[in-house]
Design a protein around this ligand. Structure first.
Ligand SMILES: *[C@@H]1O[C@H](CO)[C@@H](O)[C@H](O)[C@H]1NC(C)=O
Ligand SMILES: *[C@@H]1O[C@H](CO)[C@@H](O)[C@H](O)[C@H]1NC(C)=O
Ligand SMILES: *[C@@H]1O[C@H](CO)[C@@H](O)[C@H](O)[C@H]1NC(C)=O
Ligand SMILES: *[C@@H]1O[C@H](CO)[C@@H](O)[C@H](O)[C@H]1NC(C)=O
Ligand SMILES: *[C@@H]1O[C@H](CO)[C@@H](O)[C@H](O)[C@H]1NC(C)=O
Ligand SMILES: *[C@@H]1O[C@H](CO)[C@@H](O)[C@H](O)[C@H]1NC(C)=O
Ligand SMILES: *[C@@H]1O[C@H](CO)[C@@H](O)[C@H](O)[C@H]1NC(C)=O
Ligand SMILES: *[C@@H]1O[C@H](CO)[C@@H](O)[C@H](O)[C@H]1NC(C)=O
Length: 665
């Protein structure tokens, strides 16, 4: 779905090529599937202690979570002290951990769990009120110490790390990449005789997806999750351009879970957990499972314990779901990805506050029919689903479905989709993503024709019969056919030859590059480096409510109005770093208005797949695409205006940059 074939190619091969070139990679058999566990931070902040780590570790076992795969128990910031011992060793805070870290490790191992520690690739770790020593320049000594304690995981943070600016707590725009500091710890760990899960946590600075897989097993894609619902949208918008980097041994880390912290509603927790799972993020519980005063509520525990969702995360294929479509004004979107055994998982998020009926068009996730659809949170299984599935989705909730035994989008077997009356076969639930007379109908007969013949086909869209010639000794015949956007189309074919199936192909559409648009106000056409801003090589920037780009698009429309699918090629690398605590959303709006009508708004996620600090175009040359359905096309010339009409009273005045659009006519 994202970008052109050329863009996708670079996307898929780049991390592999880098992985082969950069050594040492900690390719130690760890994290073949995303790591799962528990961490102190989201609930206890930088104030861990022995009692809570032990009681929560024990709860992982007692509550059956360890059996589901939650095994890494990591004590986050706050465990160490300001000053190293006389021989330069790190040590634990004895008030908080009276038995010591080696004993804590033994306790965790005794439960059959794995022992994780936290340190920092800076001179101090991220604790602002109480000073804590960091591992920078002590990598070998600390790696040796940690492995002598028999650790299984190291989460490695990024505070007080930028030498060039005097080691401030955070610097989101360092003059050098964090990667050499992480590489030093990789080397130090690789020199030890122990397989350690290395979790890179530098908040997405310098687009780590391009270098972190060569150094560790997981990398945080962005800044910290915050205890608020809006963090889910912000995080997903940042995940979009790097879903293709996920794979065995290398997982984009969307940050620890807020499930069970009594911040999100049950529906919100289901959405959060479902999306983290299908995007193959590590699943690290950040809620208190059990301590002297807290035990996790039953609803949250049931979410974390959902075997289907955990199995989607741990699936042997290791392929992340990707964003397929987003309806910004209507407030919902669809993600999906493949699972082993030819299955598909799809998630439809209801961003609206209210519960409502929403429809998943199976074609949006590459499927026309499924013999079995398992609706995970509704707890029901439906058979023989054709073209779409509709269900009630709670406000901020998710429809999460597993589809098995599926037929590819565009294929309609007679046995599944048609009713037959004599020589007349009527196919129902025919889906089209655009209204056009330019769809292709391909008919496949059960056996070849003996002599040349003809059949007729009639679509519910025009009610006009068209004649299709069938050559002698042929098993197929094709013609163009008119269909309306949606899945309510029917096609009736009269044929003396029995029909096995039909296939529908959408029109390829017409592309309108940014270079062909007329600019208004300060909207600017910007040239990109060779091979970037695909497929045009340039883009239009500085779009807002008055600075816009316009073009005239001819259309052939038979009914009075018509809806057409339009694919927008956009660029956005407006990353929420310091704004991530507030309203930063990693998104920008872009609007398209047709013939002066009210604009269709698409709030686009990040598209940058290069470093925002040092990469080509600072990550502002990487195109992605998303489709929108635009109503109100008329026969003849149509005026299309691209801008950001929502800009004047929104969080971000500027729209996304615009590369071009394709009208599926
Ligand atoms: C450990 O932390 C918990 C939760 O903050 C607190 O209730 C408890 O008093 C602490 N125990 C010690 C020994 O510090
Ligand atoms: C250990 O932790 C306690 C509680 O946070 C703190 O008061 C104390 O200063 C710490 N000790 C050291 C040596 O950092
Ligand atoms: C750490 O050592 C420095 C320098 O020796 C000293 O000034 C500081 O007070 C020490 N900090 C703690 C918390 O002991
Ligand atoms: C990495 O380690 C080497 C050798 O100890 C050292 O010279 C270099 O400065 C370190 N790099 C960083 C970025 O800390
Ligand atoms: C490495 O660890 C293995 C098992 O943990 C042990 O059998 C082996 O002796 C160790 N090798 C060295 C060089 O310490
Ligand atoms: C079909 O596609 C062609 C080429 O893209 C275009 O010229 C024509 O107008 C389209 N016809 C209709 C009815 O949309
Ligand atoms: C809509 O149809 C076009 C043309 O076949 C296709 O490229 C595109 O992927 C479709 N979009 C969706 C979301 O199904
Ligand atoms: C996009 O537009 C919506 C509706 O006007 C607005 O609520 C939202 O803040 C905008 N997003 C950004 C990033 O400006």
């Amino acid at each position: 779905m994202y970008g052109t074939a050329i863009v996708l190619h670079t996307l898929v091969t780049a991390p592999l090529a880098l992985g082969a070139a950069l050594r040492p990679r900690l390719d130690n058999g760890v994290a073949k599937t995303p790591p799962m566990g528990w961490n102190t931070y989201n609930h206890y902040s930088c104030s861990p202690n022995e009692t809570i780590v032990k009681s929560n570790a024990k709860a992982l076992v007692d509550l059956g979570l360890a059996d589901l795969g939650y095994r890494y128990v990591t004590t986050d910031c706050g465990w160490t002290v300001a000053n190293r011992t006389a021989d330069g060793s790190l040590t634990w805070n004895e008030t908080l951990f009276p038995s010591g870290f080696p004993a804590l490790g033994e306790y965790i191992h005794g439960l059959g769990l794995l022992f994780g520690v936290y340190e920092d690739a800076g001179i101090r770790s991220c604790q602002t009120n109480i000073e804590q020593a960091g591992s920078l320049y002590h990598e070998s000594q600390d790696a040796a110490l940690f492995t002598s304690w028999k650790i299984d995981a190291l989460k490695y943070d990024n505070c007080f790390s930028d030498a060039a600016s005097g080691y401030p707590n955070v610097n989101y725009e360092p003059s050098t990449s964090p990667s050499p500091r992480y590489a030093n710890m990789t080397k130090a760990l690789a020199a030890q005789n122990r397989s350690v899960l290395f979790q890179i946590c530098e908040w997405g600075v310098d687009f780590p997806a391009l270098w972190a897989p060569a150094l560790g097993h997981t990398w945080r894609i962005g800044n910290d999750i915050i205890p608020a619902w809006r963090a889910i949208y912000r995080t997903l918008n940042q995940a979009v351009p790097q879903t293709s980097f996920a794979g065995p041994g290398q997982w984009p880390d969307l940050d620890m879970l807020e499930v069970g912290n009594n911040i999100l509603t049950t529906a919100e927790e289901q959405t959060h957990f479902s999306l983290w799972a299908i995007l193959k993020s590590p699943l690290v519980i950040g809620g208190a499972l059990k301590d002297e005063v807290t035990s996790m509520n039953a609803e949250s525990l049931a979410i974390l314990s959902n075997k289907d969702v955990v199995s989607f995360n741990q699936d042997s294929l290791g392929v992340s779901a990707t964003l397929k479509r987003r309806w910004s004004e209507e407030q919902y979107e669809v993600w999906s990805g493949p699972l082993s055994g030819g299955r598909t998982v799809a998630a439809l998020i209801n961003w609206a506050d209210e519960s409502r009926e929403l429809t998943l068009n199976l074609a949006d996730v590459g499927i026309q029919a499924a013999r079995t659809l398992k609706d995970i949170w509704a707890g029901k299984t439906v058979g023989n689903v054709k073209s779409s599935y509709t269900a009630t989705v709670a406000g901020h909730g998710v429809m999460l479905v597993e589809l098995s035994d599926t037929t590819a989008a565009g294929t309609y077997p007679t046995a599944k989709f048609a009713t037959t009356k004599g020589n007349s076969v009527t196919f129902g639930s025919i889906y089209a993503n655009t209204t056009s007379a330019n769809h292709t109908l391909l008919v496949t007969f059960s056996k070849s024709s003996t002599k040349a013949t003809s059949i007729t086909a009639e679509s519910s869209s025009t009610k006009q019969k068209s004649t299709i010639n069938v050559a002698a000794s042929s098993r197929t015949a094709s013609s163009s056919i008119s269909l309306s956007a949606g899945s309510a189309n029917t096609i009736t074919i009269s044929s003396t030859l029995p029909i096995d199936s039909i296939r529908i192909k959408s029109p390829t559409g017409t592309y309108y590059p940014s270079t062909a648009f007329t600019l208004a106000g300060s909207a600017t056409l910007l040239q990109c480096g060779t091979g970037y801003c695909q497929p045009v090589g340039s883009k239009i920037g500085d779009l807002d409510s008055t600075n816009t780009a316009k073009i005239t698009v001819p259309a052939a429309v038979s009914s009075t109005t018509s809806s057409k699918y339009v694919e927008l090629d956009y660029i956005n690398n407006d990353i929420a770093f310091s704004t991530s605590w507030g309203l930063g959303s990693n998104s920008r709006n872009i609007t398209v208005s047709l013939n002066g009508g009210s604009p269709v708004r698409l709030e686009v996620p990040l598209s940058g797949r290069h470093s925002e600090l040092f990469g080509p175009g600072l990550g502002w040359w990487d195109t992605s695409s998303l489709g929108v359905l635009i109503d109100g096309w008329k026969d003849g010339d149509n005026e299309v205006v691209v801008g950001n009409e929502a800009g004047s009273n929104a969080f971000q005045t500027w729209g996304a940059d615009f590369v071009g659009l394709r009208v599926f006519d």
